[in-house]
Design a binder for this molecule. Structure first.
Ligand SMILES: Cc1ncc(COP(=O)(O)O)c(C=O)c1O
Length: 447
């Protein structure tokens, strides 16, 4: 029997590529051998019913992040997002409120599937001006307008910040607005665990969010799958007390101790050295952005440790730039027709940043391309839940006009759905699917 997956990863490893993608350890942390892969044996403690060493380790993480409580996830932010929505549902039922969440439309697909599973109603915040799929760029005043425009007060606001392209929202101002209206603020901070370690602490919990998820593995020296659910001191008592229950609702009963141990080991680094290393790296990335702008690249986003280039301004698609860099053994995090995204971490070395800079500068600038495809605003024909559990069929995207989308068809990354399940597709939506290379989609069966 062949081993295609093992062969691929082994070959990638031997290539020694400049890894400007997740995970944050960039292949450079000391490996934990299989002896560390244990289960919840006596003394190892039980995740989400912690009484011993897991409790102690999570308390260390909580102290580092300045939270009321931090829980580990061995299943990424995906698990923590499901838990946040479960907590919102529990809170709503307890307060006898309708579980309605006002959410930025660029939410990750787990948000959509989890809200359907939990029977949570979602009101979307679309961009104020036409924008691409991955960013909504919600300003605090626009958020307040969206809240005031709701016929019914939402129980929670859900913001993805940083978004996939490296835009950070003004969480501090948003939290003040949410507090004013008595609304829970939940933040998808999957890309921003490191924000705690900047000279200006930009972590959502420090800026007033009630809870957030971090994918530790995306930006910290942690194995893939390692994440956090952070609960703030200011969160309602029910959310504080039910966090473990909410995590265990969706989690595996066999959490990977390799991942949990890597979260534990990271605490030492986060506590002692992360801040110093982050400050240096931030300066290096800032220099890189300035240099690339000076030769004509269009640098997007305000996230300090991510570089996003709007490739078309330089005359290429993001995918074309990715291909050119691949020839120089540099692997990006993500590319699509419009953008190319690079993720740096404190494991990235200076000469790797220089290699990226020199290769990008060596690419000849061409005339800008000006095609843009925006998020389609669609009519909702049925609820997300009804659509997800409907009898459905897969058809060619080209024939999907007027059909109702059944399951979120996304390319991963970035896993932001072009249309929401239950929406009736129009010509603009079809164009958008095709633009992102999605050729087949699942629609609700008719008749
Ligand atoms: C914005 C955002 N939220 C959530 C997730 C899910 O995180 P994880 O892969 O840690 O489960 C991702 C994954 O890339 C993401 O980009």
């Amino acid at each position: 029997m062949n081993t295609p997956l093992y062969d691929f990863v082994k070959e990638y490893n031997t290539k020694n590529a400049v890894r400007l993608h997740m995970p944050g350890h960039k292949g450079k942390i000391a490996a934990l051998e299989s002896g560390f892969d244990i289960t919840e044996i006596d003394g190892a403690d039980v995740l989400y019913n912690e009484k011993g060493i897991l409790k102690e380790s999570q308390k260390n993480a909580s102290d580092i992040f300045g939270t009321y409580k931090t829980l580990y996830s061995a299943e990424g932010s995906s698990l923590s997002i499901r838990a946040m929505l479960s907590l919102i549902k529990m809170y709503s039922l307890n307060a006898r409120k309708h579980p309605l969440v006002l959410a930025g439309r660029n939410a990750h697909k787990v948000f959509m599937t989890a809200s359907a599973l939990l029977d949570i109603d979602v009101k979307w915040i679309f961009p104020e001006e036409k924008a691409e799929l991955l960013s909504v760029n919600i300003s605090p005043s626009y958020l307040e307008k969206c809240i005031s425009d709701c016929e019914e007060m939402p129980v929670a606001v859900y913001i993805t910040s940083p978004d996939y392209l490296g835009n950070i929202s003004d969480i501090k101002a948003m939290s003040e607005i949410c507090d004013k209206y008595g609304i829970i603020l939940a933040v998808d901070n999957a890309h921003g665990a490191y924000l705690r370690f900047l000279p200006e602490n930009m972590h959502p919990i420090s800026l007033g969010a009630h809870m957030c998820c971090d994918s530790a593995h995306k930006t910290l020296p942690v194995l893939t799958g390692g994440g956090y659910l952070h609960i703030s001191e200011k969160a309602p008592a029910l959310i504080k007390s039910q966090a473990e229950n909410a995590m265990s609702l969706f989690s595996s009963t066999s959490p990977s101790f390799l991942i949990l141990t890597s979260l534990d080991r990271a605490n030492e680094y986060l506590c002692n050295k992360m801040y110093e290393d982050t400050v240096k790296l931030q300066a290096r990335i800032c220099e890189l952005k300035t240099r690339l702008s000076s030769v004509g690249y269009s640098v997007k986003g305000n996230e300090p440790l991510k570089l996003t280039l709007a490739a078309k301004a330089y005359g290429y698609t993001g995918d074309e730039l990715a291909e050119l860099l691949r020839k120089d053994n540099i692997e990006c995090e993500f590319s699509d027709p419009d953008y190319i995204v690079f993720m740096f971490s404190t494991s990235t070395e200076d000469d790797e940043i220089n290699r990226l800079k020199n290769t990008l500068i060596g690419i000849e600038k061409r005339a800008a391309v000006t095609q843009i495809v925006s998020i389609p605003v669609l009519y909702r024909a049925m609820s997300v839940k009804d659509a997800l559990f409907s009898s459905s069929e897969e058809i060619s995207t080209a024939f999907a006009e007027n059909r109702v989308l059944a399951s979120p068809s996304v390319s991963c990354p970035p896993a932001v759905p072009v249309a929401v399940c239950g929406e009736r597709l129009n010509a603009e939506a079809i164009r958008c699917f095709e633009y992102y290379g999605i050729k087949k989609i699942n629609v609700v069966k008719e008749g």
